[in-house]
Design a protein around this ligand. Structure first.
Ligand code: TYD
Length: 333
């Protein structure tokens, strides 16, 4: 919240983007928003010339696995080809910087644990040396973009860092991902679609902890390194959904006296569904002194309360072609 140097946000506001999310910053003199795609080389290069960033953080990506299964092309356009554009423009910008600025410059590429594929119950959590084994078109597109970034530092000495984080949750998350989808479906008395048996495991990280990790990498991370960021918080999908239902039963008793867990519905599984993700964050903890601070118990309660208190935000999304409420059953697609 305390921006003490200028922050430039370049975002093309796709279906998952929402200018309301950053309303509080609109009048902040340290913040400037540009409504552009990262692949818009002409405008992005002009923005860099005008704003002279000391670092670039590439958050831009299509990120929902289900959408990538239904339509992979968009994922490769944004995550691969537009990352290539951003790298091209950034490399050109950095090559014209004065020596001291060039030496301090960092390009931080935000990736995902999904590039490492799926773990069995017995396997050790992913560390930075795990082999890439992407299983969904989304993960394949992120793996491809990571390889591009790597090639830029190997071939051109371009100063990049790659971070791999586990599943994020928290306020403002677009309600197509598991946690917000379940909260919103429940409060609308709509089916809670659990893929398969709900026994898949994810390592949940509060978005604020992820942001702190990225800030730490920005300040102390070494270029040409990669860092894994996780919550050390492995939970089965079914347990997440039951926790949400229990919390809602206490916070907002159902008008018909039912338990929200009555709406749980097991639907056909996601094709190629990864069984388990888990992250070993030892490197970032030991080298950069970052660790997650928000317990899942507090994080999930605060997140549920946030969605309950922000019905207007949800209402606007619902009016913007929102299709997350539809019955997510692969058999019906
Ligand atoms: P998701 O939030 O889509 O993240 P990711 O696939 O990147 O891990 O899904 C988290 C887990 O929840 C994943 O195992 C799929 C499962 N899931 C459901 O069972 N039902 C749903 O409606 C959604 C969106 C996800």
């Amino acid at each position: 919240d305390n921006i003490d140097e200028k922050l430039i946000n370049i975002d093309c506001l796709t279906y998952a983007g929402n200018s309301d999310n950053l309303k509080n910053y609109e009048s902040n003199k340290h913040y400037t928003f540009y409504n552009n795609r990262i692949g818009d080389e002409k405008n992005v290069s002009q923005i860099f010339l005008n704003e002279k960033p000391r670092a670039i953080i590439n958050f831009a990506a299509e990120s929902h696995v289900d959408r990538s299964i239904l339509g992979p092309e968009e994922f490769f356009k944004t995550n691969v080809m537009e990352t290539l554009s951003l790298l091209t423009v950034s490399k050109n910008y950095v090559s014209n910087l004065e020596a001291d600025k060039k030496n301090k410059f960092k390009f931080i590429h935000i990736s995902t644990d999904e590039v490492f594929g799926s773990l069995s119950a017995q396997e050790q959590p992913f560390n930075e040396n795990n082999q890439y084994k992407p299983n969904s078109p989304y993960a394949a597109s992120k793996a491809a973009s990571d390889h591009l970034v790597r090639s830029y530092f190997k071939t051109y000495g371009f100063p990049c860092i790659i971070s791999h984080c586990s599943n994020n949750y928290g306020p403002y998350q677009y309600p197509e991902k598991l946690i917000p989808l379940m909260i919103i479906n429940a409060i609308n008395s709509i089916k809670l679609p659990i893929y398969g048996k709900g026994d898949q495991i994810r390592d949940w990280l509060h978005v604020s902890d992820h942001c702190e990790a990225i800030k730490t990498i920005l300040e102390k991370g070494q270029v040409f390194e990669t860092y894994n960021i996780g919550g050390s918080n492995e939970i089965k999908n079914i347990d997440i959904v039951k926790t949400i239902c229990d919390e809602l039963d206490a916070l907002l008793p159902h008008p018909e006296g039912r338990s929200y867990s009555d709406f749980i519905s097991f639907v056909s599984d996601r094709p190629g569904h990864d069984k388990r993700y888990a992250i070993d964050s030892t490197k970032i903890q030991e080298k950069l002194n970052w660790r997650p601070k928000i317990s899942f118990k507090k994080g999930i309660t605060d997140t549920i309360k946030w969605y309950l208190e922000n019905s207007e935000w949800l209402h606007k999304i619902k009016n913007k072609n929102y299709d997350g409420w539809v019955n997510k059953n692969y058999n019906n697609r």
